[in-house]
Design a binder for this molecule. Structure first.
Ligand code: SF4
Length: 223
């Protein structure tokens, strides 16, 4: 677990916002990252509960106490492996998810919950900076072809899993570029577009084919 007495020693901290006079000058993300020491303290707050309600709060079933502990111990690569075991794109969820895990966190019953979402975001950002997020193409191909219609987060995750299972995946997207709501529904101040493009490069390296500007059912049919 994190530090046995961590939840007694440290309060909850989340990423602060840029000052307003700086924030109004551009449309970029407006949060400032926590320092490594602060992130470790936040990981230390996790109580490794006997029944970790954060698990059931998270729709992905993220292994939250495990990556909290790894962050507390400074084992960032291990934390990244644990996080990617259940989450294809933590850099999206770490910015955009409404964090039902934090609502479910046991510490939140009588204290502020563990700042799980910020921890998640910083694990994956560290992983990208250190070069730990690499393409993982399948060793063999099944010879089967799969079409994924729509390149929103669900389509991208399905494509990645199916591709890693060895199928040859083509993602069809009606818009000009892949990403769906991630690209066309989320403003840059929540998530800048290069975050999407960075992950798309990994997916392409893994062998996923993207066909944009194709309206399935109109431009092409299943027949
Ligand atoms: S519920 Fe909260 S304190 Fe308990 S294991 Fe999950 S993150 Fe840690």
């Amino acid at each position: 677990m994190g530090k046995t007495t961590g939840f007694l020693e440290y309060g909850r901290k989340t990423e602060p916002y840029k000052p307003v006079d700086k924030r109004v000058k551009d449309f970029k993300e407006f949060t400032l990252p926590l320092k490594e020491k602060e992130l470790k303290e936040q990981g230390a707050r996790c109580m490794d509960c006997g029944i970790p309600f954060c698990h059931s709060g998270c729709p992905l079933g993220n292994l939250i106490p495990d990556f909290n502990d790894a962050v507390y111990r400074g084992k960032w690569e291990k934390a990244a492996q644990i996080l990617h075991a259940t989450n294809n794109f933590p850099e999206f969820t770490g910015r955009l998810c409404p964090a039902p895990c934090e609502e479910a966190c046991v510490l939140g019953i009588n204290e502020d919950p563990v700042s799980i979402e910020n921890i998640e975001k910083n694990i994956v950002e560290t992983a990208f900076k250190k070069g730990w997020v690499v393409a993982m193409p399948p060793e063999t191909r099944t010879g089967k072809k799969v079409a994924v219609i729509g390149s929103g987060p669900a389509g991208l995750a399905a494509a990645q899993q199916l591709n890693r299972a060895g199928h040859s995946v083509t993602v069809f997207e009606r818009d000009e570029k892949p990403g769906g709501l991630l690209r066309y529904g989320i403003p840059d101040f929540k998530m800048e577009k290069h975050i999407i493009d960075r992950r798309l490069e990994v997916l392409k390296e893994e062998g996923i084919d993207f066909k944009c500007g194709v309206h399935v059912g109109v431009d092409i049919t299943g027949g």
